[in-house]
Write a protein that binds this ligand. Structure first.
Ligand SMILES: *Cc1c(COP(=O)(O)O)cnc(C)c1O
Length: 422
C-alpha cells in the first residue's frame, strides 16, 4: 500500500484515457486550493504577507488563475513568464521579477508593468539605469550569504552559486540606490531547494532580518519587505515528512519579534516565492506501460519519457510510481520503469519494487505538479504531453493540449529547402 494518493479511481482514469491519450499531466484543483489556504493561513500572522508563486514550477495560466484567486502573486524570471502571469490577472507589484542574466528588454517590460524588480548583482544597477533612463521607485536585491549558509543538494553551496550579491555588495547597492533616489526597498534570498528541514527556513529568515537591520543602520534606509525565496521541499520519498507551515511561521515570528521589531523595521512584509510545495504534490504524470523486456534487468517501457518529466534523469530524483488499480497489490516485482529517449538516464524508477505490471496498465508518477511538465524538452524530437485539470466539481478540462508534429516543425522552413543549394 502506497501512502501516496491519486484523485481518480482506476475506472475513472481508464475512462479519462479514452478521451485523452496518455501520457498527460493531471492537476487537482481542490487539493491545490486546500493546500494554498493552509499555507496562507499559517503565514497570515504577518500583516501584508504574500506568496508569489514561482511561475517556472508550473507555468500554466489556468493554474496561475486559480492561485491568484487564492491571493497569490507571481515570481517570474523571463519575459514569457511575465506575460503568463499578466494573462492570469496577476499585475503590478503582485509580480516579483527575480531574474538573473536578464536581457534589457525584459527589464523594460517589467518596469512598464509596474512589477517589482529584484536585482541579482550590483552591476545591474547601472545596467537598469541605462536601460530605463532612470531607476524605479522600488527595488529589491538578492543576497547570497556565501559561506554563512549551508547549501543543499539541488541548489548547491551558496558560495558556489551564481546568484545574488555578497554582503559587502548589499550595503553598497542600497547606498547607491538611496543616493539615486530609489524610495522603497526589498531584500531577497533563495538559498535552498527542496529542503525539508523547517529550521533551515527560520535560519534563513533570521539571516535576512539581521541583514536588513544592518543595512538600515549603515545606509539609513528602511525596508518594505523581505522575500524568503522558495525552496520548501515536499516529501517525494516514502517516509519523508512534509514541512509544517505553522512551525516555520511561528519560528519566523519569534525571529521577527527578536530582530525586526527592536530594529525599528516593523511593519516588514514577509514574502515567499515558493513553487514546489504549492503545486508539486497535486499534479501527476499519467503514462501507460507499452513494452516490457527482460534482459539483465526487468524493464517496463512507458509512453512518457524524460522529455515529459526530467527530474529523475537529471537529478536522480525519486518520484513514487503506482499502478492504477493495483494500489493494494503486493509489490513483488523489481523493475526499471523507462522512457523512450536514446539516453540511458531516461528512467522514471530504477530497481523499484512494484506490483506485477501488464502491458496496457496505467502508471501514475506522483509529485509531478511542480518542475514537471515545465522542465519538458524536445530532445529526440519528442513531443511534450498535455495538461488536464480536475475541477472541484469532478469535471476534467484540458488546460494545455499535447504537442503535435506541426508544433515541433513550427520553427523550421521546409519550403526554403528547395532553394537551399548544396
Ligand atoms: C526556483 C525558484 C523559486 C521556487 O523554488 P521552489 O523550489 O519551486 O519553491 C523561487 N525563487 C527563485 C528565485 C527560484 O529560482
Amino acid at each position: 500500500m502506497s501512502e501516496k494518493t491519486f484523485p481518480l479511481s482506476a475506472l475513472e482514469l481508464q475512462t479519462l484515457t479514452e478521451k485523452y491519450e496518455t501520457p498527460f499531466y493531471l492537476y487537482d484543483e481542490k487539493a491545490i486550493r486546500e493546500n494554498i489556504r493552509r499555507f496562507t493561513k499559517a503565514f497570515s500572522i504577518f500583516p501584508g504577507f504574500k506568496e508569489h508563486f514561482a511561475v517556472k514550477a508550473c507555468p500554466n495560466p489556468y493554474i496561475l488563475k486559480i492561485l491568484r484567486s487564492e491571493g497569490c502573486g507571481a515570481d517570474c524570471s523571463s519575459l514569457p513568464e511575465l506575460i503568463l502571469a499578466e494573462n492570469a490577472g496577476i499585475a503590478g507589484e503582485d509580480v516579483m521579477f527575480t531574474s538573473n542574466e536578464t536581457p534589457a528588454k525584459e527589464y523594460i517590460y517589467a518596469n512598464l508593468k509596474g512589477n517589482i524588480i529584484n536585482l541579482d548583482d550590483i552591476t545591474h544597477i547601472p545596467f537598469l539605469e541605462k536601460t530605463l533612463g532612470f531607476l524605479p521607485e522600488i527595488l529589491s536585491f538578492r543576497y547570497n550569504p556565501g559561506p554563512l549558509k549551508e547549501g543543499n543538494a539541488i541548489i548547491g553551496k551558496p558560495e558556489e552559486a551564481k546568484y545574488g550579491l555578497t554582503e559587502e555588495q548589499i550595503f553598497e547597492a542600497y547606498k547607491i540606490c538611496k543616493e539615486k533616489g530609489v524610495k522603497r526597498f526589498g531584500l531577497h534570498t533563495m538559498v535552498a531547494s527542496n529542503e525539508l528541514n523547517p529550521d533551515y527556513f527560520v535560519e534563513t529568515a533570521t539571516l535576512l532580518f539581521n541583514l536588513a537591520a544592518k543595512v538600515k543602520e549603515k545606509v539609513g534606509i528602511t525596508f518594505e519587505f523581505v522575500n524568503l525565496g522558495g525552496g520548501l521541499g515536499i516529501p517525494y520519498r516514502p517516509g519523508d515528512k512534509a514541512v509544517d507551515y505553522d512551525y516555520i511561521a511561528r519560528g519566523i515570528k519569534d525571529a521577527y519579534d527578536a530582530i525586526v521589531v527592536p530594529a525599528g523595521l516593523d511593519p516588514l512584509k514577509i514574502y515567499w516565492e515558493c513553487g514546489r510545495p504549492i503545486t508539486g504534490p497535486y499534479g501527476w504524470l499519467v503514462t501507460r506501460a507499452i513494452h516490457e523486456k527482460h534482459i539483465y534487468r526487468d524493464y517496463i517501457g512507458v509512453d512518457a519519457s524524460m522529455a515529459d518529466l526530467m527530474r529523475p534523469g537529471m537529478y536522480g530524483a525519486y518520484h513514487e510510481v503506482t499502478v492504477s488499480g493495483k494500489e493494494n497489490a503486493p509489490k513483488n516485482k523489481v523493475y526499471d520503469v523507462v522512457g523512450s529517449l536514446c539516453e540511458n538516464c531516461d528512467k522514471f524508477a530504477v530497481q523499484r519494487q512494484l506490483p506485477e505490471i501488464q502491458i496496457g496498465d496505467l502508471l501514475i508518477i506522483h509529485d509531478a505538479g511542480a518542475h514537471g511538465r515545465a522542465m519538458g524538452f524536445n530532445y529526440n524530437a519528442k513531443l511534450r504531453c498535455g495538461e488536464l485539470l480536475l475541477r472541484q466539481d469532478g469535471s476534467v478540462v484540458e488546460i494545455r493540449r499535447r504537442e503535435t508534429i506541426d508544433d515541433y516543425f513550427a520553427t523550421l522552413d521546409f519550403k526554403g529547402l528547395s532553394s537551399f543549394n548544396v
